[in-house]
Design a protein around this ligand. Structure first.
Ligand code: CP
Ligand code: NVA
Length: 307
C-alpha cells in the first residue's frame, strides 16, 4: 500500500481531511492519555524522525509531544546533522530512513525537497512547512475556528497580508472544506500563480483583492502572518509594501465584533498585527498554538493508520 503522505491539503480528499480534523477535536477532548481507539496500530514500536532545515518552536515541540502521547518515539535532527547537508541525495536519504523509522516529518527550505522525499520514501512524509505551504498549521487553524464558530463549511475567512506559504494552505483548504476565502495582499505579494490556478481549477470560492477592507467585511475570521517569512531576504521592501495591510483595531471593526483573529505565530506586534488585536478579546492565537498538538496527533494517527 502506498504510504499516506501529508504534503499538501490539496492532495487529500475532503472526507479524509474532515476525518483528520474531527480526530483532532477528539484528541483534544481525550487529553494527554490517548485512548486505544484513537491510536494507530503498532504505535508503541513506531519512531518519527523530524528533520529541520529552518527553526521551529511550535512544530518541533508539538510533533514531539504528539508522538510521545500517542505512544511512539521521536528523533529530531537538523539537516546539517545528516549526510543530506553534505550532498547525499534526498532520494537515497528517503530510502535509507524508510528502512529504520515509521514516518518522516520535515521542515524544508524547498517544497520540491519534500515532494522528492515523498516520491522515494516507503513511509509517510509529513510537510512541517516549506516555502510553498504549511498544511499542518491550517488543520490546527480549522480546529480552532470550529471550536468558536462550528463547522467551517460556508463561513468566510479573510487573509490579510503576505500571500505566503500559510495563505496557500488556506487556499487549498477553502476548496477541500468548502469555505469562502478572501485574500487581501499587495499585487506583488499575492499568492503565486500555481496556487491561484489550482483554486480556479477546483472551483474554490477564493477572492483575491488588494483592499483589506473588502476582504474583512463581514468575515467570521481575520488571519494574518509575519511579513517576513523564513528565507525572505527583502525585509525592508516587504515592510514597506505591507504597511497598509496591518491588522489593527480599525480593520477588526470592519470585520465586526463577532469575528475572531488568528495568527500562526511567531508574531511581530506593531508590524502585521497591533498588540491590542493579538492580545485582545477577539484573538484565539494561543488556542491555535495549542491545537497544533492535537492536530499533529490526528495527522500522525492518519498517516500511521491502516483503516
Ligand atoms: N506556526 C509555526 O509553525 O510555528 P513554528 O515555526 O514555531 O513551528
Ligand atoms: N510564513 C511563516 C510561517 C512561520 C510558521 C514562515 O514561513 O516563516
Amino acid at each position: 500500500m502506498a504510504p499516506r503522505h501529508f504534503i499538501d491539503i490539496g492532495d487529500i480528499d475532503p472526507a479524509t481531511l474532515r476525518r483528520i480534523v474531527d480526530a483532532g477535536h477528539e484528541m483534544k477532548r481525550a487529553g494527554k492519555v490517548v485512548p486505544a481507539r484513537l491510536r494507530p496500530p503498532g504505535i508503541a514500536e513506531a519512531v518519527l524522525v523530524m528533520i529541520f532545515e529552518k527553526p521551529s518552536t511550535r512544530t518541533r515541540v508539538s510533533f514531539d509531544v504528539a508522538m510521545r502521547q500517542l505512544g511512539g518515539q521521536t528523533i529530531a535532527l537538523n539537516h546539517t546533522d545528516l549526510q543530506l547537508g553534505r550532498g547525499e541525495s534526498i532520494a537515497d536519504t528517503a530510502r535509507v530512513l524508510s528502512r529504520y523509522i515509521d514516518a518522516i516529518m520535515i521542515r524544508a527550505n524547498s517544497h520540491e525537497s519534500v515532494v522528492e522525499l515523498g516520491r522515494n520514501a516507503t513511509v509517510p512524509v509529513i510537510n512541517g512547512l516549506t516555502d510553498k505551504s504549511h498544511p499542518c498549521q491550517v488543520i490546527a487553524d480549522i480546529m480552532t475556528f470550529e471550536e468558536r464558530k462550528g463547522p467551517i463549511a460556508g463561513h468566510t475567512i479573510a487573509w490579510v497580508g503576505d500571500g505566503n506559504n500559510v495563505a496557500a494552505s488556506w487556499a487549498h483548504a477553502a476548496s477541500r472544506f468548502g469555505f469562502k476565502l478572501r485574500i487581501a495582499s499587495p499585487a506583488q505579494l499575492k499568492p503565486e500563480r500555481p496556487v491561484l490556478d489550482w483554486v480556479a481549477a477546483e472551483g474554490a470560492e477564493v477572492l483575491v483583492t488588494d483592499d483589506p477592507a473588502e476582504a474583512v467585511a463581514g468575515a467570521d475570521c481575520v488571519v494574518t502572518d509575519t511579513w517576513v517569512s523564513m528565507g525572505h531576504t527583502d525585509a525592508p521592501r516587504r515592510k514597506q509594501m505591507l504597511g497598509p495591510y496591518a491588522v489593527d483595531r480599525d480593520l477588526m471593526r470592519k470585520a465586526g465584533s463577532n469575528a475572531i483573529f488568528m495568527h500562526c505565530l511567531p508574531a511581530y506586534r506593531g508590524n502585521e498585527v497591533s498588540a491590542e488585536v493579538i492580545d485582545g478579546p477577539q484573538s484565539v492565537v494561543f488556542d491555535e498554538a495549542e491545537n497544533r498538538l492535537h492536530a499533529q496527533k490526528a495527522i500522525l494517527a492518519w498517516c500511521l493508520g491502516k483503516d
